[in-house]
Ligand binder design. Structure first.
Ligand code: HEC
Length: 183
C-alpha cells in the first residue's frame, strides 16, 4: 500500500514537472505584444494586424511587402479617403516586409516572402498625435535567427523625425503612400 502510494506520487510529480517545463519553454518565446515604441505606442495596439485586409502588395529591390489595414481604414479607402479626403480617427495600417526568395516548386519564376524583416505601423488619433498631423508611427524589426522583434528609434519624437518627415511628401493623400488596389 505504502509502496503503491509512493509510486503514485512519483508519477504525479513527473507529470507536474513536465507541465512546468512546457510553461517555462513558452515563457522563453518573446511576447511581441508587450514591446513599446519609444514614442509610447505599444505593439498590442495593433493586435490582429496579421488578419487585416490587404490594401496592396508592393516590392522593392530587396524586399516584398504586404500593406494591410483595419476595417475602419479599409472602409475609408472605399469611400475616398487618401484621394482628397482624410482618413478618420481609428484608422490603422500595417506594412509587413520580408526578404525576397524564389518559390522553388514553381515551374516559372516566382518571388515569394523569405525571412520576415520588419513590421511597421501607422495609426490615426488626432488628439494623441497632434504634432504629426494626427498619425502615430511605430516599427518593430525582426531578427529571424533569434525570432525576436526590437522597436525602431529612440526618443519620444522619433515618429516625427524618422517617419513623418518623409510621409509628409504625400500630404495630399493624408500622408499615406499606398493606394487601395482594385480586386
Ligand atoms: C524615406 C521615406 C520614408 C520614411 C523615412 C518612412 N517611410 Fe513609411 N513609407 C514610405 C514609402 C515610400 C511607403 C510605400 C512603400 C512601399 O510600398 O514599399 C511607405 C509605407 C509605409 C506604411 C504603409 C502605409 C503607407 O503609407 O503606404 C507604413 C505603415 C509605414 N510606411 C510606416 C513607417 C514608419 C513607422 C516609419 C518610421 C520608422 C516610416 N514609415 C518611415 C516612405 C517612408
Amino acid at each position: 500500500m505504502f509502496r503503491q502510494l509512493n509510486l503514485a506520487y512519483v508519477v504525479i510529480l513527473a507529470m507536474l514537472s513536465g507541465v512546468v517545463g512546457v510553461a517555462i519553454a513558452a515563457q522563453g518565446a518573446q511576447d511581441r505584444f508587450t514591446l513599446k515604441s519609444p514614442n509610447g505606442i505599444v505593439f498590442s495596439e495593433f493586435r490582429g494586424y496579421d488578419g487585416w485586409q490587404a490594401v496592396a502588395p508592393s516590392a522593392t529591390d530587396d524586399g516584398i511587402k504586404a500593406i494591410l489595414a483595419n476595417p475602419v481604414m479599409i472602409n475609408a479607402y472605399r469611400s475616398g479617403s487618401g484621394a482628397g479626403k482624410p482618413f478618420p480617427d481609428g484608422s490603422m495600417i500595417a506594412k509587413i516586409e520580408w526578404a525576397k526568395t524564389p518559390n522553388a516548386d514553381s515551374p516559372y519564376d516566382v518571388t515569394v516572402p523569405g525571412a520576415l524583416k520588419s513590421v511597421s505601423f501607422i495609426e490615426k488619433d488626432s488628439r494623441r498625435f497632434k504634432d504629426t498631423d494626427g498619425w502615430g508611427y511605430a516599427q518593430f524589426k525582426y531578427d529571424a535567427a533569434a525570432k525576436t522583434f526590437t522597436p525602431t528609434g529612440q526618443g519620444a519624437g522619433f515618429g516625427k523625425t524618422e517617419c513623418h518627415t518623409c510621409h509628409t511628401g504625400v500630404k495630399a493623400a493624408d500622408f499615406i503612400f499606398t493606394h487601395y488596389a482594385p480586386r
